[in-house]
Write a protein that binds this ligand. Structure first.
Ligand code: NAP
Ligand code: HSE
Length: 432
């Protein structure tokens, strides 16, 4: 196919870690991409905060601008690639680009999860595409497989390790028996964790990604604030050691499932059986495990972050849109086709197995008291160990049979108030 036609113009908002990777790919593989899409892809403008910064790529200074509106309104730009992060000014700039008839590619999970309604409504009205493959799972193809390759299925449930930073921390804590603070410090020094690790460590990054996935598979908008979200700050080396003793590893899981009464969507640490494929997902790797009614179990695995894996997803989106522009078509499959907000099941109604670690007074009858306290709320015990009697205290660790979240919380409140239980040290769920 001839590639002599007018090039497809790309305008970038942001050129940091991911943006520099995108520039590298567009420069190094320009002939290949022209061959694959039928048109040359040309960088038209790159909006940044500091035009004098060294970005590790050979970028023509004439392309750089601090005027971000010059990118979103440039007539030579067909596709605006947002790689700034955060919601402001990123969301307003994406909306401005859409109003000017530009297609948008973004890696910004927070913007899509919180402002997807505004962004996709505007895109549908203007007849432009918004692609966001890199927003979940970094380099792992996730959005395209859901929208195209698995479209014949109803996906009934999924569980994912979708935050690389927390998986790196939990893996190091497990393999080296270290504490969270120590590993987090190292992850920051090595550049795996951000200077402000809150979004990762407290589970918000995984929550945004889960909102995007749940919206895709259940065909509705998801109110991100209704997703139950617990990070990994409460996970201790002691819990990891007990989990190992019981045959589990602890992972930060994002889970979603469709029930008759609503959608279950939650992010929290979880004990995963060592034999489950998710237990072997270590370090900064991500994985998504899902069940389709026709296909059965599927696992998607790979690098969930990092410059070139993420740039791979971003550039693939650019090329897919470029190819559609060249063919003068738009992909209905990739567009947002729903408007209603899904009903989320309250966390209190969800069912899980629980890992409970209690510090109790070392007296006759206390084990029976705890067992009947759980039993009164319909909670049955599957496994139990007692150890480390120190200072008049005994540590009891239970794994329960599946129980309702509300029943566990009520039982623990009662046990905490008793004079037999000194402290409820840990409550974790068992999964996936
Ligand atoms: P980054 O390194 O911090 O880069 C951000 C870029 O945006 C920088 O070039 C910065 O300009 C520019 N920028 C930010 N605010 C600006 C403003 N107000 N005005 C002008 N320019 C502004 O971020 P990143 O790691 O590349 O991440 C980009 C996006 O990709 C985020 O949404 C992130 O969540 C997502 N993502 C990242 C990864 C990853 O591994 N890093 C993986 C998946 C998804 P200056 O360079 O001049 O400061
Ligand atoms: N902070 C994210 C992670 C980067 O650790 O997975 C990719 O979204």
């Amino acid at each position: 196919m001839s590639t002599g036609a007018t090039p497809i113009g790309v305008g970038m908002l942001g050129c940091g870690v991911v943006g520099a990777g995108v520039v590298k790919l567009l420069q190094d593989k320009s002939a290949l991409y022209a061959h694959r899409t039928g048109r040359r892809i040309e960088l038209a403008k790159v909006g940044v905060r500091d035009p004098h910064k060294d970005r590790g790529v050979a970028l023509d200074a004439a392309l750089l601008t601090t005027d971000l509106h010059a990118v979103t309104t440039d007539p030579d730009v067909d596709i605006v690639v947002e790689l700034m992060g955060g919601t402001e000014p990123a969301v307003e700039l994406m909306l401005e680009a859409i109003r000017h008839g530009k297609h948008v590619v973004t890696a910004n999970k927070e913007a899509i999860a919180k402002f997807g309604r505004e962004i996709f409504t505007a895109a549908n009205e203007m007849g432009v595409d918004v692609y966001f493959e890199a927003s979940v799972g970094g380099g792992i193809p996730v959005i395209q497989p859901f929208k195209r390759s698995l479209i014949a299925n109803e996906v009934t449930e999924l569980a994912g390790i979708i935050n690389g930073t927390t998986n790196y921390i939990l893996t190091a804590m497990t393999e080296q028996a270290r504490d969270l603070a120590d590993v987090l410090d190292e992850a920051q020094r090595l550049g795996y964790a951000e200077a402000d690790p809150t979004a990762d460590v407290d589970g918000h990054d995984a929550k945004y990604k889960l909102a995007i996935l749940a919206s895709l598979i259940f065909g509705c908008r998801i109110d991100v604030d209704q997703i139950h979200c617990e990070g990994i700050r409460g996970v201790t080396a002691t819990d990891i050691a007990y989990a190992k003793q019981f045959g589990y590893v602890i992972k930060l899981l994002a889970k979603a499932a469709q029930h008759e009464r609503g959608i279950e969507a939650r992010v929290h640490p979880c004990l995963v059986p060592v034999g489950h494929p998710m237990a072997a997902v270590n370090g900064v790797y991500n994985a998504l495990f899902l069940k389709g009614d026709a296909v059965g179990d599927v696992m998607l695995y790979g690098r969930g972050a990092g410059q070139m894996p993420t740039a791979s997803a971003v550039v693939s989106d650019i090329l897919n849109i470029a190819s559609d522009i060249t063919a003068a078509k738009s992909s209905r499959l990739m567009a947002c086709q729903h408007n209603h907000t899904g009903t989320l099941l309250p966390m209190s109604e969800t069912i899980s197995q629980f890992y409970l670690r209690l510090s109790t007074h070392d007296r006759p009858g206390v084990l029976g008291f705890v067992g009947s306290g759980l039993g009164q709320h319909g909670i049955s015990i599957e496994t139990f160990v007692q150890s480390r009697v120190t200072g008049g205290l005994a540590e009891m660790v239970f794994i329960t049979r599946p129980a309702r979240e509300a029943d566990i919380q009520h039982a623990l409140t009662q046990l905490k108030a008793s004079d037999s239980v000194h402290d409820v040290s840990s409550v974790l769920r068992v999964g996936p």
